[in-house]
Design a protein around this ligand. Structure first.
Ligand code: ADP
Ligand code: ZN
Length: 351
């Protein structure tokens, strides 16, 4: 097991990578606790849930809403949850986002922790303290920043993950290597197929290193003034692609990273050789590096990005594998590049 302590501004958070879910009782504080999970996780892991009241939400982005939050508040009232009640989120990123938001707001804030059951949640959602829900089609428009007291990342949960979910997590792992850790990127190059097979030792190392990278970035910048923007690598175009409805988050981010890598070469920041290594690794991990999308639709989605400020956006680029820089790019410049989108991405090797 690897234990990573994160010092958030509000409170510390302990991430336990490789800890068994069965050991959960060791980490729960004494007293009342309530589990928040989703229907799939409950179906798969009902037998392994702790002996606590369980609130289950629908699975998928469509349930990441204020309505779901409101239902959970009401259920907590029925359970007579009070200030001393501990909330345990057991699930993927959506459960963590919703459970974290409910815990952060109910009675002005309850203590909470997570057991992250997807690769994406283990490497991404459970670290950083961001939580929240979507509103009127805008992702994460409403939320708070608050760290869970602990996160348990049990690799045994990953055995039941659908392939698309593995892809989602893998994209985020590659992102962490690209923005902050050349050594981790090289490790992935050496162990790509073991990673895809989710070999526990390899996954444990990748998850732990991802958590350290993300925690480091978040620790230096909890409120997203500068450093934290680096975590958006691949995500500006990624989110736009995701909105077209054709790609999953992981696929969209992978294409977004390939795009940002290409832009980095174009701006004279990144050596061509490094760009080729990036495309090659993404392809070996079965992540897409190309998209044929109507550039107009993409630009439209980019414009709607809530992070867009005036005519420029902060765009994360690479100076090298393991070193990200944030530069401002004018919207029209980005639109121009988006118009070349398919060409840019089709310079990659065949997946
Ligand atoms: P994320 O990919 O952000 O973690 P979700 O929380 O929506 O997103 O989880 C993705 C999907 O995987 C959901 O349908 C969820 O019910 C399901 N899921 C979560 N954990 C597991 C697991 N260990 N095995 C199989 N399916 C899971
Ligand atoms: Zn992401």
């Amino acid at each position: 097991m690897r234990i990573i302590e994160i010092q958030g501004s509000s409170q510390p958070s302990t991430i336990r990578v490789g800890e068994a879910f069965a050991n959960l009782p060791r980490h729960l504080p004494p007293g009342k606790a309530v589990v928040i999970t989703d229907e799939n996780v409950l179906r798969l892991y009902r037998d392994r849930m702790p002996a606590l009241p369980v609130l289950s939400i629908g699975s998928g982005e469509a349930f990441k809403t204020l309505e779901t939050v409101s239902d959970l508040y009401e259920a907590l009232v029925d359970l007579e949850a009070d200030r001393a009640t501990f909330i345990l989120g057991v699930g993927g990123g959506i459960v963590c986002d919703v459970a974290g938001f409910v815990a952060a707001t109910y009675l002005r804030g309850l203590r909470f922790g997570f057991a992250a059951t997807t690769l994406l949640a283990q490497v991404d959602a459970s670290v950083g303290g961001k939580n929240g829900v979507n509103l009127e089609g805008y992702k994460n428009l409403v939320g708070t920043i608050r760290q869970p007291e602990f996160v348990i990342c049990d690799p045994a949960f990953l055995e039941t993950l659908p392939e698309a979910e593995v892809v989602n997590g893998m994209a985020e792992i590659v992102k962490h290597g690209l923005i902050a850790d050349a050594g981790m990127f090289a490790f992935l190059e050496d162990h790509a197929s073991a990673a895809l097979r989710l070999e526990p030792a390899v996954v444990e190392r990748l998850v732990a290193e991802s958590v350290v990278i993300k925690a480091g970035v978040v620790g230096r910048d909890e409120v997203e003034a500068g450093e934290r923007r680096k975590l958006n690598f691949g995500h500006t175009v990624g989110h736009a692609l995701e909105k077209t409805g054709v790609f999953s988050h992981g696929e969209a981010v992978s294409i977004g990273m390939a795009f940002a890598s290409r832009v980095s070469v174009r701006r004279g920041l990144l050596p061509e050789e490094a760009h080729r290594r990036i495309l090659a690794l993404l392809s070996r991990l079965k992540l897409p590096v190309r998209a044929s999308v109507d550039p107009l639709r993409l630009v439209e989605a980019l414009r709607r990005d809530k992070k867009r400020r005036a005519n420029r956006i902060h765009f994360v680029l690479l100076e090298d594998i393991g070193r990200a820089v944030v530069q401002e790019i004018r919207m029209d410049e980005l639109e121009g590049m988006a118009a070349e989108f398919p060409d840019i991405l089709q310079t990659g090797p065949d997946p």
